[in-house]
Design a protein around this ligand. Structure first.
Ligand SMILES: Cc1cc2nc3c(=O)[nH]c(=O)nc-3n(C[C@H](O)[C@H](O)[C@H](O)COP(=O)(O)OP(=O)(O)OC[C@H]3O[C@@H](n4cnc5c(N)ncnc54)[C@H](O)[C@@H]3O)c2cc1C
Length: 321
C-alpha cells in the first residue's frame, strides 16, 4: 500500500485525497496521472529479545505518554538511555531526550539521586554531522554527568534482572530503560522488490528515483547514499523528507507535463534541545565530499524559540487540513 504525499497536493496538479495504491498501478484522477511514493519507517521492538517488555521509548504517542508517566513517578535510581539499532529516525532525538530528562530531574531537585548512562552503536553521537559535532554533543552529555558508551550494540535485554546485554559482553544494569527501538519498513514495501539489501528502498540521492520507472521514495523509507564519508547512508529526518518530497514532486510533475526536473542538494537543519529552554542548531550540506560543511551553533534561547516556531509551522499545516 502506498500513499500520495502531501507535497504532491499542488493545486491543479494532483488530487487532494490520498489513496492507498499498489506498486505498478497507474491511476488516472481528475483527468491526470497519479504517481506514488512509498511510506514510512515502522518500529520493530520485537527484533531484540527482551526489549519490548523492558524498555520505554518516545517514538510514537503511546510510547511517549507512558515514558512521561514513568519519569514523573521516578524518584531515583539508574536511567539507561540509548539507541538499539541503526538506522533510526532523527539522529539527535535520543541525545536531546537524555539532556531533557537530566534537566527535568534537576528542576525536580532529584538529579543527585539519579545515575544516567547512554549507549549507542554509533562511533560518536549523530555521526552524519561529522566527528567534531558528535564529540561536542558527547561532551555536553558527559558535562551533565551522563557517560556515553559508543559502538555498544544491544544483544538482548534481561527484564527480570534489569540488565541490558551488549554484543561483546558489556552489560548495563538499569532501573528505568529508555531505548530507541529497531526500525524497519512495512511488509508491502519489503515484498515490493523496491527494497534491496535490507528493508529500505535505495534511491538516486539527487532525484529520489527508485529502480522502478516512475516510482519515487522519500523520507524515512528511502536509503540515500552520501558521498561525505561521515556515514554511508543519510540519516532519517523530517527536514530531509521535506526537501526530498519537493524534489520528487517536481520530477513527477516534469514527467507528466514536461519541463525541467529538480535535484536535491542534501541540505539540512536540525535543532538540538538541551533543556531549560535552550537549543543548539546543526546546519549544513550532508552531500559535501571531503570535510563536512556542517556547523553547530551553541545552545541558546534563540534557537529554542526557532524550534518552537518551526514546530508551530508544521502543526499549523496539519490542523489546517
Ligand atoms: C521523537 C522524534 C523526534 C524527531 N525530531 C525530529 C526533528 O527535530 N527534526 C527532523 O527533521 N526530524 C525529526 N524526526 C524525524 C521525522 O519525524 C521523520 O523523519 C519524518 O516524519 C519522516 O517523514 P515520512 O514522510 O518519511 O514519514 P512519516 O512522517 O511517518 O509519514 C508517513 C505517513 O504515511 C502514512 N501511512 C502509513 N502507512 C500507510 C498506509 N498503509 N497507507 C497509507 N498511508 C500510510 C502515515 O499515517 C503517515 O502520515 C523525529 C522523529 C521522532 C520519532
Amino acid at each position: 500500500m502506498f500513499k500520495l504525499i502531501h507535497a504532491l497536493r499542488s493545486p491543479g496538479l494532483l488530487p487532494d485525497e490520498f489513496a492507498p495504491l499498489q506498486l505498478g498501478q497507474r491511476v488516472a484522477t481528475s483527468g491526470r496521472l497519479g504517481l506514488r511514493l512509498v511510506h514510512r519507517a515502522q518500529l520493530d521492538p520485537q527484533a531484540i529479545e527482551g526489549l519490548a517488555g523492558a524498555a520505554h521509548h518516545f517514538y510514537d504517542l503511546n510510547g511517549a505518554t507512558r515514558l512521561r508517566d514513568a519519569l514523573r513517578a521516578f524518584r531515583g535510581g539508574k536511567v539507561v538511555l540509548g539507541i538499539s539499532r541503526l538506522p533510526f529516525k532523527c539522529p539527535a532525538a535520543p541525545y536531546e531526550m537524555a539532556l531533557l530528562i537530566d534537566a527535568a530531574f534537576r528542576e525536580r531537585g532529584i538529579r543527585d539521586d539519579v545515575e544516567m548512562e547512554c549507549f549507542t552503536p554509533e562511533p560518536w553521537p549523530a555521526p552524519a554531522a561529522g566527528e567534531g559535532i558528535g564529540r561536542a554533543v558527547q561532551g555536553m552529555l558527559e558535562g551533565r554527568g551522563i557517560p556515553v558508551h559508543t559502538k555498544w550494540e544491544v544483544d538482548h535485554v534481561d527484564p527480570a534482572g534489569r540488565i541490558v546485554h551488549f554484543r561483546g559482553g558489556s552489560q548495563l544494569p538499569y532501573d528505568l530503560l529508555v531505548a530507541v527501538p529497531p526500525h524497519t519498513t512495512c511488509p508491502p514495501v519489503r515484498a515490493s522488490g523496491l527494497a534491496k539489501d535490507g528493508p529500505w528502498v535505495p534511491v538516486d540521492r539527487y532525484t529520489m528515483r527508485t529502480s522502478f520507472d516512475d516510482v519515487y521514495a522519500v523520507g524515512d523509507v528511502a536509503k540515500i547514499p552520501t558521498p561525505s564519508g561521515n556515514v554511508p547512508v543519510l540519516p532519517k529526518a523530517g527536514v530531509f523528507a521535506e526537501g526530498q518530497a519537493r524534489v520528487a514532486a517536481r520530477n513527477i510533475a516534469a514527467g507528466i507535463a514536461g519541463g525541467e526536473g529538480a535535484r536535491w542538494d542534501g541540505h539540512g537543519v536540525c535543532f538540538l534541545e538541551t533543556g531549560s529552554g535552550r537549543s543548539g542548531l546543526v546546519q549544513g550540506n550532508f552531500f559535501k565530499e571531503g570535510p563536512p560543511e556542517i556547523r553547530m551553533r551553541n545552545p541558546s534561547r534563540i534557537w529554542h524559540w526557532g524550534k518552537v516556531l518551526f514546530e508551530r509551522r508544521w502543526l499549523g499545516k496539519l490542523f489546517r487540513r
